[in-house]
Write a protein that binds this ligand. Sequence first.
Ligand code: HAM
Length: 420
Amino acid sequence: MSTFQAPKGTYDLIPPDSAKFLAVREAISAPLRDSGYGYIETPGFENVELFARGVGESTDIVTKEMYTLTTKGGDQLALRPEGTASVLRAALEANLHKAGNLPVKLWYSGSYYRYERPQKGRYRHFSQVGAEAIGTEDPVLDAELIILADQAYRSLGLQQFRILLNSLGDRECRPVYREALQTFLRDLDLDEETRRRIEINPLRVLDDKRADVQKQLTDAPRLRDYLCDACKAYHEEVRALLTAAGVVYEDDEKLVRGLDYYTRTTFEFVHDGLGSQSAVGGGGRYDGLSEMIGGPALPSVGWALGVDRTVLALEAEGVELDLPVTTSVYAVPLGDEARRALFTVVTELRRAGVAADFAFGGRGLKGAMKSANRSGARYTLVAGERDLAEGVVQLKDMESGEQAAVGLADVVAELKTRLG
Ligand code: HAM
């Protein structure tokens, strides 16, 4: 072991488990790529103000969890805690919204950083795949995104997840509700910090997990009763579209989310096998975010799914992914001459698109065959001096155990045929 370890709250992705992460990213992004979402990549850090204004000054993410730094040039930066503000910033900067092709549909995949208290499923460095549809107010778009996330999870074989759905209202109706809620909350028996929260972000109090707080919230005013007609109609349309698509969801009026930019549709994907960190993904509409970061009015909607938690959910359900074969052929040379000859074969196989690996380092047959087994290769090629003198290599089918001598010049073609 080296003197160093991965920083607290982080972990390394190493084979063979790392293959699961690649497969999850692929499965989440595939439905997006097939639905008109283009790939976007933004820097790992941004001006700290972008997140302060975008995610919200009162959120835990901005007040407690951002990794901030001052550069030698004096710029105040933050490692990105989430992707939405960055993606919208990039779309505005590139004027994507002016190309007359709204919505601008984008997907991304990357690392995010939050200085949170680490526990299973909650890390300081984690990975998301996300999607944002920018510049259009249309309930079909909200439904499309939820349906695509559902499709991605199902394609992975996940079953024990639930979709929680809510509407947070808009800039007309939410302030009225907020005030009614504040008036109600101020009369409750709550600790100092929660009292402060009432003034800054009262909706978050509804999300409080403590039983003694929840008990007092039974008669709290409900946002649903305050939604304006336009928000109500919009939400009903999203619900109807999901139902028509056969996507099962639960109405959850306590679903608030931890970022301030949401308006109207909000949703979360939760998995029941994950304990307290049960949200595998979440998102919603953010009609005011563009203006909050200095852009024009661009109503938008999106989500991000956590890759780490999705992998944990697969493990909780015991789903074995059908991972792509990494090595089809493993070559074991015995002696220097065989090393050169088989390495030539391996190179040719690779150029022909066959995944092939090699026993490096002049190891003995026994150790090399162990590596061949571990590689999962369907075929091994073994050659010693006597084989080469006869112009052949020994081709072994690792499934049936059958072995045959094949001409050195024919072995690439033979393997291509056998592997289809
Ligand atoms: P979020 O709910 O903060 O939303 O994060 C989305 C997902 O990222 C979570 O459901 C979870 O799976 C994963 N995640 C978040 N924090 C951690 C952590 N500390 N450790 C492991 N996984 C984590 C957003 O980030 C929004 N930008 C989503 C969005 C996109 N809304 C609109 N567009």
